[in-house]
Write a protein that binds this ligand. Sequence first.
Ligand code: CUA
Length: 335
Amino acid sequence: MGRKRLALGSLLLQPALAAQPAAADDTGLAPVDPVSTGAEGIADTYFLILGFAAFIFLLVTGSLLLFVARYRSRGRPRDVEGPQIIGHTRLELAWTALPVLILAVVAGFVFYKLGGIDDPAPAAGATADELEIAVDGHRFYWQFEYPNGVITLDRLRVPAGRVVDLEITATKSDVVHSWWIPALGGKKDAVPGETNHLKFRATRTGTYEGQCAEFCGVQHAAMGASMEVLSEDDFESWLSAEASAQGAGRSVLGQETYAAACSKCHGLAGEGLVGPPIAGNSVLRDREGLEEIVRNGRGEMPAIGPQWDDRQIDALFRYVGRELGQPADQAGGES
Ligand code: CUA
């Protein structure tokens, strides 16, 4: 019986165990490695509280085990009462004062760290002025706009060392989303018509994954995001190269828009997913028709791009026309 139960238990545990290696930076009980000053402050606070929690856990379970052993009945008849202990002033003062002291230390530490979490200072040698990036949460993608007008989707690129101010919002006609890159620390809601700020200073280059953290509809799970931290020089050269590419209409904006905003429902090849297949659809060859659908939605499909400018719709139109726009009877002829 016992062995059977054990086998059942390990069977139930298996998916959890199998899933573990998939998490690239599995840090056990700890938060993921912080890559911003704010996330470092949050992680420090986490470890302080974890330390007190561990201390209290050991104190309580330790004394429980000690008392169970020490004051066991030793064959005393059930109707005889144990020793009656009434009052211990010093002990009672201690267990009142100690929790107050612990809470005071936790509160003091949080307020000490809060300034750096909310409003970080730039790294020495980095550009002092803040980089403002508009973040727009949308069913089911993130759109970023840089001060020079460059637009990217689902992948945020930021320079290391410089303070970045994310202005997080959602389009009026949309729903609430939540911006969350765990390595950056806390979540911030993207609320239609409101702007929330998340200021941070990235400390390490690399790419960090995130996920919309507010249930927002059928493809909420597909609403990921990633953040690429570049050195300040790499960032500046990418940003200016991207600005001229987007201005000249030969950037990856169309492809990125399709991948982020369209493919999560219609499939990367337009083959259909939770939305109908669209490969070869005549709307993909009709600039006006395409604009009408992405701006206003149709049937079950939400208005996915009411805020897109002509540059972005043109880029999307060029991409889908090139990649998916062939009528079905011609598309099969290739390869
Ligand atoms: Cu957006 Cu969940």
